[in-house]
Design a binder for this molecule. Structure first.
Ligand code: GDP
Length: 304
């Protein structure tokens, strides 16, 4: 399965270490728990979430007195699944767009370099493949490269894009995009935005203005604010999630670059800390390398 491949490094770091730690042991002792703690932290689960998991396991171990390692695996799976948010997308393999008259508007936010443009391209590809009419909007007008990159994706996937020149008002691009999408009777609109976190007040104002202007065209837009985070940056991704959730309401997340990293545990920490569903995970650079996140599949992959 491609998820197994995508999570290969995390799995090696996580499951193999765990197996080694408990090999030959007949019960969960302090040493196993210490090892487990270290494994979780080095997989970038995050200290708070790790301690939460260890506490729960200690509690269950002391209550039931005795645990073999197979049972430890089972408990660990249960505890980790419990911390992961359900994707709630209505399907395990695709993101189900609700039936509605107006186009479904996804506003994509995130810092430059995390894979925002690529994720938008991959999303457009998936929706198009599912028979949806997609329109892209290049509202990251701060960098010429951002507009160009998105154009390239729109050609690659063969979906229309609305752009204005660099430096123009992002809210104006969003407005045009929604109008154009409505006129074309589109199903899905995906809007790229600039992610300059070093200027938080500006970012907050900019995203706020984009949202306000969107509502002039479609009153309940955006229907989703999707935060894109690079999983390979581990704790940095958590920091970015903190910052973005302070500047705007985030309703879903996409975690990219899980294929090249052993830090896949960050998915668990982020889910636990923010209680925002992870909708998608990026497992490669190709158009097809975006998967709807399924927490059970994810946990299965971690445990071999
Ligand atoms: P942006 O600045 O956030 O728009 O980032 P880009 O979309 O331009 O992506 C930055 C780099 O990350 C590019 O080289 C992408 O091919 C790469 N990338 C994006 N998503 C993934 C992923 O899921 N896996 C891998 N391995 N690379 C990715």
């Amino acid at each position: 399965k491609s998820l197994d491949k995508g999570l290969k490094k995390t799995k090696e770091g996580f499951f193999s270490k765990l197996t080694r730690s408990v090999a030959g042991k007949s019960k969960v002792d302090d040493e196993v728990l210490d090892d487990l703690e270290e494994i979780l932290v080095t997989s970038d689960v995050g200290v708070d979430t790790t301690l939460k998991i260890i506490d729960r396991i200690e509690e269950r171990v002391s209550k039931d007195k005795y645990f073999g390692t197979e049972e430890l695996n089972k408990i660990l799976r249960e505890e980790i699944s419990g911390l992961l948010e359900e994707n709630n997308s209505g399907s395990e393999t695709e993101f189900v767009i609700p039936q509605q008259d107006a186009p479904y508007v996804i506003m994509v936010v995130g810092v430059n370099g995390v894979g925002k443009t690529t994720t938008i391209g991959k999303l457009a590809y998936q929706f198009k493949k599912a028979g949806k009419k997609v329109v892209l909007g290049a509202a990251d007008t701060f960098r010429a490269a951002a507009i160009d990159q998105l154009k390239i994706w729109s050609e690659r996937v063969d979906v229309p894009i609305v752009t204005q020149k660099m430096g123009s008002d992002p809210a104006s691009v969003a407005f045009d995009t929604l109008q154009s999408a409505q006129a074309q009777d589109a199903d899905v609109v995906i809007i790229d935005t600039a992610g300059r976190l070093h200027n938080k007040v500006n970012l907050m104002n900019e995203l706020g203005k984009i949202k306000k202007v969107m509502k002039k065209v479609i009153p309940d837009a955006p229907h989703e604010v999707m935060l894109v985070l690079d999983a390979s940056t581990g704790q940095n991704a958590i920091e970015q999630a903190k910052q973005f959730t302070r500047v705007t309401e985030v309703t879903g997340m996409a975690l990219t670059k899980l294929d090249g990293t052993a830090k896949g545990g960050v998915v668990i920490g982020i889910s636990d800390l923010f209680k925002i569903p992870v909708r998608y995970i990026g497992v490669g650079e190709r158009m097809e390398d975006l998967q709807v996140f399924n927490k059970y599949e994810f946990v299965d992959s971690l445990f071999g």
